[in-house]
Design a protein around this ligand. Sequence first.
Ligand code: TYD
Length: 134
Amino acid sequence: MNILKYQFPIHGDERGKLVAIEEQNDIPFIIRRVYYVYDTVQGVRRGYHAHKNLQQILICVKGSCKILLDNGHEKAVVLLDKADEGLYLANNIWREMFDFSEDAVLMVLASEKYDENDYIRDYDEFIRFISEQQ
Ligand code: TYD
């Protein structure tokens, strides 16, 4: 399975580090929404959905977590534990997020505003949806 990670430049100096992300320059889409997941209860697994159109970049800006990606044919687990690394999630990918460290802050850059109609929250429906696309 093709995993696309973006390595963002770190503008570090003696004061510390800074990462800047510009839409369409550092990532391939216009950012219409940013959200972040934090204070995640230990042992929790979340996500369990795919998107029909939405593209996202996931950045664990603090701590660590794991992301399961599933395109309906193959699955992969990606560890996110670097503030300068972004995982690209295209549409039509089932995702689950788990193994959050206590301090984890998972920031998500999204190509669209929140739209519940873009979600596929049932795995069998996801499999049907992607087979109809082919
Ligand atoms: P949910 O989709 O369950 O999160 P996850 O995919 O990480 O398991 O979202 C949790 C709640 O937050 C749910 O009530 C919907 C709401 N929400 C928004 O209002 N806007 C957003 O951009 C997102 C991602 C979620």
